[in-house]
Write a protein that binds this ligand. Structure first.
Ligand SMILES: *[C@@H]1O[C@H](CO)[C@@H](O)[C@H](O)[C@H]1NC(C)=O
Length: 652
């Protein structure tokens, strides 16, 4: 029933139109029509830029060593920034999807007045006075490499950049709030040359297909020239524009800064449907493919070897076990067959284990279906926040499968307290994540970041959980308790008295085996994690869903193979406690995910304790989710594996 719902949703997306997703139908403008420019939050970036001699900037890759990095964003109209407000002073917050709000978008209207096909050379915006304390803040923002994120017709305003590696031009979204010159002085950007590329569709029908900006820092010497009429466009950018000094905010006095912009329209033959292509630039596609193919070959070899060993030894084992006739009774039994009377003995904390496996299964389904949707282009970056929104909704819906799995496993372990299981599954893992989330949100509120989730959105999240996730979970649990699946019947009987577990070799100690095994699933997704992190922290557009899908499949395969192999050896050493072990073996890759995240950012460059707390907080949240997800893959694979092998041997 649910699958048909998902399927029809799927078909709806496909049928409605191959290209135009809901909410991103093209807008056609006539000559002179208003094209609104919207401003989003300012975000930290990991690139710092060096100003060149005439005040323009070139996107350099050289890092300014003294620069500190923040990891949280600010509203465009954050009072200390003093950016120009709309003429009538009314800020209109644009409505956004849930996912887009959670991932930090805060979009407002702006004072820019842009009309289709009307060039404007140098229009005054406003002038702002920066007090001493605000100067300090703004200079810090500039030094940390904050970026503007503006939107025109749904397109992010970009810098036109050149990739020397692949020798192609591409658009890098956003642009610097300020520039740092070679002598390490911060300059505020106060003039914007906006270039709008349009595509002519027909008589007086134009579409926006590209928006780029060239930022400048021009000191118009306002304070020295008292008689100047600030609102006139005269002298703002005269022919000698290049002779302006850059704006320098002095920390010892108030500085007045004049903001201005120019708009140029340029015809382009790029069509509307392909206008995003330039934004989705892969820096060096060869390196990525290379590392990915490299790793997938390793995984492939690994899985072939594991598969071969397992199949061969298992076949031998099974035929040996089954061929032993009564005359060979004296022969000592050895290997995994020995523990047949204990292998289905319920583990300690079976409640916790089944709840975590259920939650992990739910996450797995969510991730898989989301990536699948994205792979088919259903969640293009053009549709802001759609990815995150779909993720949330899918997570809610898949509560039914998560709870089903949780109760099913609990029942398999002969658990009796099914009410507690019903309650814990939809609350334990999501609740923990939500609590961390709320805790981090307090820090965001404290530093006045725009990333703090508004109270309304918080209630929306809780509402979705209450109205979608919770009822579906309860249904899932009940269905599972009602079910009388064949799978629940154990192939071998469990003995009354538990077997003694012999001392195991050091390499099969749980911590050793977990730490070693965790490397493999981690390796299959390390490249991808890097890109996901830079899209989370530095507002990069994430779009390599082909890669992601591939990595996800690799990760799943590695998780299940490595844990099956290790559990096989564990059983051969007559240790029957496979349940938690299988979970930990594949879940342990999350330790590496966490350690890896510590290396993705330079801690000495993080600005202040709050940045560090936020970074560590979100990283541990991601690692926790990875732990539950990968762990449940390991457990479920082993459950199936063990049931299979023990049902193929004869036990007298
Ligand atoms: C607007 O400016 C661009 C770039 O300078 C120029 O190519 C174009 O012809 C101008 N358009 C009009 C209508 O003046």
């Amino acid at each position: 029933m649910l699958w048909s719902l998902v399927l029809s949703l799927f078909l709806f997306f496909f049928n409605s139109n191959a290209f135009y997703l809901p909410g991103v139908a093209p807008t056609t403008y006539g000559e002179g029509d208003d094209i609104p420019l919207l401003v989003n939050h300012i975000t930290p970036s990991n690139s710092h830029n060096i100003v060149n001699s005439n005040g323009g900037s070139s996107a350099g890759t050289s890092q300014s060593k003294k620069a500190k990095t923040y990891v949280y964003s600010f509203d465009y109209y954050f009072p200390k920034l003093h950016f120009c407000r709309p003429k009538d002073g009314k800020l209109e917050k644009q409505s956004e999807s849930l996912g887009s709000i959670i991932f930090g978008d805060r979009i407002f209207n702006s004072p820019f007045e842009i009309k289709m096909l009307q060039n404007q050379s140098c229009t005054a915006l406003c002038s702002s006075v920066y007090s001493k304390t605000d100067t300090l803040f703004v200079n810090k923002i500039i030094r940390s490499g904050y970026y503007h994120n503006w939107l025109v017709d749904g397109l992010p305003i970009a810098r036109s950049l050149y990739d020397t590696g692949t020798k192609t031009k591409f658009y890098g979204t956003g642009f610097e709030v300020g520039l740092i010159d070679p002598t390490n002085v911060a300059h505020l950007v106060n003039h914007f040359d906006i270039q709008i590329e349009y595509h002519k569709r027909g008589e007086n029908q134009y579409r926006v297909v590209g928006v780029t900006v060239q930022p400048y820092s021009w000191d118009r010497k306002l304070s020295d020239d008292q008689d100047k009429d600030k609102d006139s466009n005269k002298n703002l950018c005269d022919a000698n524009a290049n002779n302006f000094d850059p704006v320098f905010l002095n920390q010892n006095k108030n500085t007045e800064v004049q903001f201005s912009y120019s708009v140029y329209f340029v015809e382009s033959d790029i069509s509307w449907a392909t206008r995003w292509d330039k934004y989705l630039h892969v820096y060096d596609p060869k390196i990525q493919w290379f590392s990915l193919i490299n790793f997938s070959l390793i995984v492939l070899c690994l899985s072939l070897v594991i598969g071969h060993i397992l199949l061969k030894t298992l076949k031998n084992d099974i035929s040996k076990y089954n061929s032993i006739d009564l005359s060979e009774d004296i022969q000592e039994e050895s290997g995994w067959k020995l523990v047949h009377g204990d292998v289905f003995r319920p583990p300690i904390n079976r409640m916790l284990l089944s709840v975590m496996v259920g939650s992990g299964f739910q996450l797995f389904l969510m991730a898989f279906v989301t990536i699948l949707f994205a792979l088919f282009g259903l969640l293009s970056p053009a549709n802001r926040g759609s990815l995150a929104t779909v993720m949330f909704i899918l997570y809610g819906i898949f509560g039914i499968f998560g709870s089903f799995a949780s109760s099913f496993i609990y029942k398999f372990f002969n658990g009796e307290n099914w009410r507690l299981n019903l309650i814990l599954t939809p609350t334990l893992v999501p609740g923990t994540i939500f609590l961390i989330f709320i805790g981090l949100n307090f820090f965001l509120i404290w530093v006045k970041s725009s990333g703090a989730i508004p109270i309304g959105t918080m209630f929306a999240i809780i509402g979705i959980w209450f109205l979608i996730s919770l009822p579906l979970s309860v249904i899932g649990s009940l269905l599972s308790f009602k079910s009388n699946n064949e799978f629940l019947k154990k192939p071998v009987k469990t003995n009354q008295i538990p077997r003694q577990i012999p001392k195991e070799p050091i390499y099969l100690k749980i911590w050793v085996v977990s730490l070693i095994s965790g490397i493999f699933p981690f390796g299959s997704m390390a490249v991808e994690i890097y890109f996901i992190y830079s899209s989370i922290w530095f507002n990069r557009i994430y779009y390599m869903f082909g890669f992601l899908f591939f990595c996800f499949v690799l990760m799943t395969v590695t998780c299940s193979l490595i844990s099956i192999l290790m559990i096989y050896y564990t059983l051969c050493f007559e240790n029957y406690k496979w349940q938690w072990r299988s979970f930990l073996i594949s879940g342990s890759c999350s330790i590496y995910v966490f350690i890896h995240s510590l290396f993705l950012i330079k801690f000495d460059q993080l600005n202040g304790a709050v940045s560090i707390i936020l970074y560590l907080g979100y990283s541990s949240m991601i690692s926790l989710l990875m732990f539950v997800l990968c762990g449940s893959i390991g457990f479920i694979s082993n459950l199936i594996f063990i049931r299979k092998i023990y049902s193929s041997i004869k036990v007298d």
